[in-house]
Design a protein around this ligand. Structure first.
Ligand SMILES: C[S@@+](CC[C@H](N)C(=O)[O-])C[C@H]1O[C@@H](n2cnc3c(N)ncnc32)[C@H](O)[C@@H]1O
Length: 345
């Protein structure tokens, strides 16, 4: 049985600008080869992102032995490339929970920053959380080395110049195959990022965080965590429907919001021993707020989204999510939590 998945960077010369879906042709020989080795359990996937200066960065995902074989044989793989939401929109498709003064305090308590700490803001987006860390370090006269990493150049280029100056490096990298040395960070922060990768890839992210942390290092994760399976399915479907209406296909396909108990499993599976919940607050999701953020002001799309949500949500979810339907807007709450864990000494 093949275990695990691997990501191999590939270089593509093709100009994909303006072509959100693209098909690589597959030679006859490759078709036979692929049909023999790929089955329902294993698939290969190519994802693509716009890099600096409009270059294309692509990665092949799949079981390690197959990925190596494909790379060695330099076979062409037939695959569909979907429109990547972060390149379609010019802001985060899911508003990240605001860093209110209460959550800022709890985040800083969880981070417990010390002089000399090497800190990674993983899936940093446009750097709003990094800004909080840098401001705190300055106020408290603590010297930290802050690295920032995100897989989308479209996000990194929105980082404020002051934050850019304060960071020691800003790296275009995938959380599933991090471009950092083993045991090189004292602290890794992952805020509102884990749900961005498919369920199958979430253990890879956690293992990568474990690998790059020093022994005794801290991992702080801030994540929306639906508490039941039904709630998780309904919320994920509403977010995915929004992404499809916004033509952000990659987010619709990839996103998976883990439950609290799944996060616990992910910690353990990666090797983290103990973990504690530092903070829990209700995040308010509003369909109306998606109108400008994702649906380009198209009220017919908002109506489709609202009707979808009404059809999809059973009473038990409406009760636990404090569901409110004003006709034009549907509001629901999802727990947002900050957890802290350590890499064992
Ligand atoms: C919802 S935003 C959160 C940004 C930031 N952490 C915050 O809380 O403001 C999620 C970020 O994850 C990034 N992302 C998605 N998939 C990623 C991956 N596989 N590796 C690294 N970053 C990824 C996206 O580009 C996006 O910037």
């Amino acid at each position: 049985m093949r275990q695990g998945r691997k990501i191999v960077p590939l270089n593509l010369d093709c100009d994909l600008v303006g072509h959100p879906t693209f098909t690589f042709s597959l030679s006859k020989e490759a078709q036979v080869f692929a049909s023999e080795i790929l089955d329902d359990t294993f698939s290969l996937k190519l994802s693509i992102d716009l890099g600096p200066e409009g270059g294309h960065l692509a990665s092949l995902h799949g079981p390690p032995d197959l990925v190596e074989l494909f790379s060695t044989l330099q076979l062409q793989v037939r695959c569909d490339i979907v429109a990547d939401g972060y390149n379609v929109l010019d802001q985060d498709a899911l508003d990240t929970p605001e860093v209110s003064s209460e959550s800022r305090g709890k985040l800083l308590e969880a981070l417990d920053l010390c002089d000399g700490d090497r800190v990674l803001d993983l899936m940093c987006g446009s750097g709003t959380t990094s800004q909080v860390l840098l401001e705190y370090a300055e106020e408290s006269a603590i010297g930290i080395s802050l690295s920032m990493c995100d897989t989308h150049y479209s996000q990194l280029r929105r980082i404020d110049p002051k934050v850019r100056e304060g960071a020691v490096d800003i790296t275009l990298g995938d959380a599933r195959a991090l471009p950092y040395e083993t045991e090189s960070f004292d602290v890794v922060l992952l805020k509102m990022g884990l749900h961005e990768v498919p369920q199958l890839d979430q253990p890879l992210v956690m293992r990568e965080v474990f690998r790059i942390l020093k022994k005794g290092g801290r991992f702080i994760i801030w994540q929306l965590l639906p508490t039941t399976g039904v709630w998780q399915d309904v919320f994920t479907d509403i977010v995915r429907k929004t992404s499809m209406l916004a033509r952000c296909e990659s987010q619709a396909f990839n996103r998976y919001f883990p439950r609290d108990d799944q996060l616990t499993w992910l910690f353990k599976n990666a090797g983290f021993a103990e973990y504690e919940q530092i903070f829990k607050v209700d995040f308010s999701y509003s369909t109306r707020a998606r109108l400008d953020a994702e649906l380009a002001g198209d009220s017919s799309k908002l109506e489709i989204l609202n009707n979808f949500a009404r059809d999809r949500a059973p009473q038990e979810v409406r009760d636990s999510a404090l569901w409110r339907d004003t006709g034009e807007d549907i509001l629901l709450k999802v727990p947002a939590c900050i957890y802290r864990t350590y890499k064992p000494l």
